[in-house]
Design a protein around this ligand. Sequence first.
Ligand SMILES: [Zn+2]
Length: 487
Amino acid sequence: MLRVGLLGFLHESNTFAPVPTTYEHFAATSLTRGEELRERWLGKHHELSGLLAGCEESGLTVVPGMATYTVPGGAITAESFERLAAELIGSIALPLDGLLVALHGATASETYPDADGEILRRIRAVTGPDLPIICTLDLHANFSQAMAELATATIAYRTNPHLDQFARGREAAWLMARTLRGEVQPVQALETPPLLIQISRQHTNVEPARGLYADLETVLTWPGILSASVTMGFYYADVPEMGMGFLAVADGDEALARRAARWMSERAWARRAEFVGNLPTPAEAIAYAKETTRLPLVLMDVGDNVGAGSPADSTILLAEVLRQGARDALVVLYDPESVAQCVAAGVRHTVSLRVGGKTDALHGAPVAITGTVRTLSDGLFVEHQIRHGGWGHGDQGVTAVVETAEGHSIVLTSLRMPPMSLEQVLSLGLRPERKRILMAKGVVAPRAAYEPVAGEILLVDTPGVTSDNPAVFNYRRRRKPLFPLES
Ligand SMILES: [Zn+2]
């Protein structure tokens, strides 16, 4: 029997977010080992689920080590990274024939800007240079040459919203099985042109992003190519390897892998002007929301994109809704203080609160609201459908719904929760399809959840640590030049 280890370490680290990520964040969200790992991920839509399924189908014996993830946030503290890395490496049960590792690719710690590369370096230190290691990555990886050199092969998601996580995990497991049986000999080549693509242009169902993945599909038809990946990078991380990556995995032919990666990279570079865009301002968006008949209108709060590490309590759009007198909005805000006030008041009681805008000074000030506590909830929900993230269930902490006289439903959560699942609000008894305005703190990822109910989706140029415009960030470590910051 072929024994294959399985590890997972996933975090999207926003180095501009003021609240650092710690060991406790991982432990509270999901940290499993051994059989517990299998139980947590079997049957879900995550790549860890795909890796487990692919091993089962291809006859590999999985030896689960540790897998952990948490909601995107600030860089991981130095101490927490050391503890997580030590536990992760310590969970590798040698001897093994191969090792499968689910990484994000845009993980940064206070000490290691390329934390994924550092993890792979430490893994190699215990496995030696020859053990086949196959990684999966998020499409938003800042793919480093170190990562490409340390892994035998790498497979990233090909969709945004990320709906193919399971499929990519499965693909990685099958590639491992074929490798271990001597059927193929994967070698990979990575091209990292000085290019980034604005997040508002990253929806893979439409141009310009669709073309990148059409090119990838073309490369997959080339004889001798085993896999290919296009990573869009994560420009909310100020790290030297920030930007796009184009990777090809070929069967024993490094020159072929290089040719394929370069072909995709050069075609993207030639179209670089298409990856730059502009969005409406909050004032323009709310004015439109008051007039439109394509309801509900989903407003994407691009500057407070929780799935990219922002605080989840931006009040910029809510303040504009109140200023312009728009009605019937559904807003979710992270605000444990206000939740506590609602709990103290109890359901059916009137509360006057100052909601949101409490994490930092970058996402608006607290907004005064008065309303009735409609619902108090444990904040737990289950998502059975294929949704970005593939987590399967969510915990937004104790949660309160406050209804105002203007028809607004203000959802206040005790934990930061990206809007990847409509169950986040359905589980509270809310009816999003009957609202005029739904605010989702994200850009592309929430589409999978919101498209089924949306009359229209509008991206809004709100300020914040996940601004659409890379020019607003004060970078110190990124490489230069990098289009479109330098042309
Ligand atoms: Zn992503």
